[in-house]
Ligand binder design. Structure first.
Ligand code: NAD
Length: 476
């Protein structure tokens, strides 16, 4: 059994969660402990004593811990990449890329730990000096989804520790293996006991307890809008700080003047790579009339060559869906879209491969409009719909016609349209001639509208959630 890590000790549990490989359901990745309410209580209490010690740590101590973890992840990236591919279903190259990114995130925040600065501002009054100091928030509860099982934990844990907080971390039930290894690495650093705690288990129990716990000063959550909204309400009730990163229905606009190869490769990458299981996936392809037919034809042809197979199989371009429930949901949305008038031009069916798994042919649906459910509800699978636009202005309006606002992309050779889109697309991240998914680790990440709530994550902006500010006035 892979155990929880509480107050510097590995702790087992009566119940466990079995994690299976979605590419091959006979492959058991492991049995993972399931924390109960007593374990959560212990973890929060341990974090309290850990927080008191860690807030006094020097920038060098913080750097050393984060840098050591970054180095260990880099050194083990092939092994961890295979594990990630097995637990989540991402193809090996994507999985290894995600592991590498997690290492870079730890290294980046190691650097941030020694660069944490306040501000010095002169007072309006004579002989008074003002310093704005940053202090750790305290104990933070970190709750993560299954689709980036090492990168998202890394981009929450690393800044939390860099800025002097203690952590109680709850990974997703569906993919806890890489999180367990992160905990194992942190347990072998110089972190004092209690500064980092791992409590695996159900969202409805472990997650809820953390969200409601008066000893947890802030919750950073990534997951679905439904759960995010519920968490925001609970946190508001007890006035805890909250940061939410949630779903998307991201548009990729393709204008008549786009380079067709660039547009097709942005669409294939954005909509179908990682099996479409990315919050930044291009699930809506908004295409102007002059290029529509050529684009759909070229995209369908490319999808016909896209190799869907076991995540570990050499040459696989798209792995399986994460589990049976998500696969059923994807297939049901293909049916809903057709029932509402959409035309399925490619895929959208279950596939059989050498091993039993949750394989699906990438789905492309044309002749859709904004009123259809497929264009305003997140599917979270390899399903993309095409919306026809008569010109750039209509395309922009369609792109923005969504409750979400995470990422938006445009393929065009017009500088004027690209610059206009950057200003007017209502999204936290805008991509020009690039897929809507795929971001750097050293710049802010997050969206607008229903996609995000609270301070942005990653890069130097991460400091906003994980610290509090004290304004000090001094008269010598
Ligand atoms: P989810 O909301 O079901 O679960 C996310 C996490 O929250 C899990 O650890 C889960 O156990 C926990 N949880 C569930 N109910 C809870 C509750 N009541 N209280 C506290 N915690 C609870 O999401 P998921 O299915 O794991 O992930 C898919 C979703 O995540 C998609 O909507 C996707 O768009 C989103 N996502 C967003 C981003 C982003 O940065 N915007 C990144 C990745 C995924």
């Amino acid at each position: 059994m892979y155990k929880n890590y509480i107050g510097g000790t590995w702790v087992g549990s009566a119940e466990t969660t079995r994690n299976i490989n979605p590419s091959n359901t006979d492959d058991i990745v492991g049995e993972f402990a399931r924390a109960d309410s007593a374990a959560v209580e212990e973890a929060v209490a341990a974090a309290h004593s850990g927080a008191a010690r860690w807030r006094e740590s020097t920038p060098q101590e913080r750097f050393d811990v984060l840098d050591a973890v970054g180095s260990e992840i880099l050194g083990r990236r092939d092994e961890l990449g295979r594990l990630l591919a097995r637990e989540e279903g991402k193809i090996l190259s994507e999985a290894t890329g995600e592991v590498t990114r997690a290492a870079h995130i730890f290294k980046f925040f190691a650097g941030e730990a020694v660069r944490t600065a306040g501000e010095h501002i002169r007072s309006t009054r004579p002989a008074v000096e003002i310093d704005v100091l940053r202090h750790p928030l305290g104990v933070v509860g970190l709750i993560t989804p299954w689709n980036f099982p090492i990168a998202i934990p890394a981009w929450k844990i690393a800044p939390a520790l860099a800025y002097g907080n203690a952590v109680v971390f709850k990974p997703a039930e569906l993919a806890p293996a890489c999180s367990w290894h992160l905990a194992d690495m942190l347990s072998r650093t110089q972190l004092p006991p209690g500064v980092f705690n791992l409590v695996m288990g159900r969202g409805s129990l472990v997650g809820e307890l953390l969200v409601d716990h008066p000893g947890v000063d802030g919750i950073s959550f990534t997951g679905s809008v439904e759960n995010g909204r519920h968490i925001a309400e609970r946190c508001a009730r007890r006035m805890a700080r909250v940061q939410l990163e949630m779903g998307g229905k991201n548009p990729l606009v393709i204008l008549d003047d786009a380079d067709l190869d660039v547009a097709v490769s942005a669409a294939v990458n954005g909509a179908y790579f990682s099996t479409g299981q990315r919050c930044t996936a291009s699930s809506r392809l908004v295409v102007t009339e002059g290029i529509l037919e050529r684009f759909v034809e070229a995209l369908s042809e490319r999808l016909g060559r896209l190799k869907v197979d076991d995540a570990l199989e050499p040459g696989s371009e798209m792995g399986p869906v994460v589990d049976e429930a998500q696969l059923r949901k994807n297939l049901s949305y293909v049916e809903i879209a057709q029932a509402e008038g959409g035309r399925l031009v490619f895929g959208g069916t279950r596939l059989q491969r050498r091993h039993a798994g949750y394989y699906m042919a990438p789905a492309l649906i044309t002749e859709t409009d904004s009123s259809m459910r497929i264009n305003h509800e997140e599917v979270f699978g390899p399903v993309a719909s095409v919306l026809r636009a008569k010109d750039y202005e209509t395309a922009l309006a369609l792109a923005n016609d969504t409750p979400f606002g995470l990422s938006a992309g445009i393929c065009t050779r017009s500088l004027a349209h690209a610059l206009h889109f950057r200003e007017h697309a209502r999204a936290g991240m805008v991509m020009v001639n690039l897929p809507t998914a795929g971001v750097d680790y050293h710049v802010p990440f997050g969206g607008s509208k229903a996609s995000s709530y609270g301070p942005k994550e990653q890069g130097r902006y991460a400091v906003e959630f994980f610290t509090t500010v004290t304004t000090c006035y001094t008269k010598p």
